[in-house]
Design a protein around this ligand. Sequence first.
Ligand SMILES: [Zn+2]
Length: 134
Amino acid sequence: MALQFSRALRRLATVPLYRSSAQGVRLASSKPDEEETIPTDMEQATGLERKELEALMQGKEDPFNMSVQSGPRGTREQPTLVPSMYEERIVGCICEEDATFITWQVVNKGAAHRCECGQFYQLVDANPTKIDNI
Ligand SMILES: [Zn+2]
């Protein structure tokens, strides 16, 4: 039993592979008509991972709003809106233009949160099934 498994494993490990033009890696011993390929990431991704890949292929480099945002300072009347799928989100504030550190804070949904520098942030609902949603 173990010997058979060992032979099968050795045979599998020594099968040469070649890359098909657009469909991933195929075993060289398989007939060209058969679809014995290893699926690509795009073929096997589902759910949010697939939506992320589709967004990246459409040229959206930040589908989940994870990059640094800049803009006007958030005020009490017009706070900086931060999308979140949860009840809270960790937000980093570069309080001054030449600051050498980031002030991290937990912002909860509800009223606007005031950073120690005076800038206001407010969480807004983000749809987990819709990318680029604000
Ligand atoms: Zn700040």
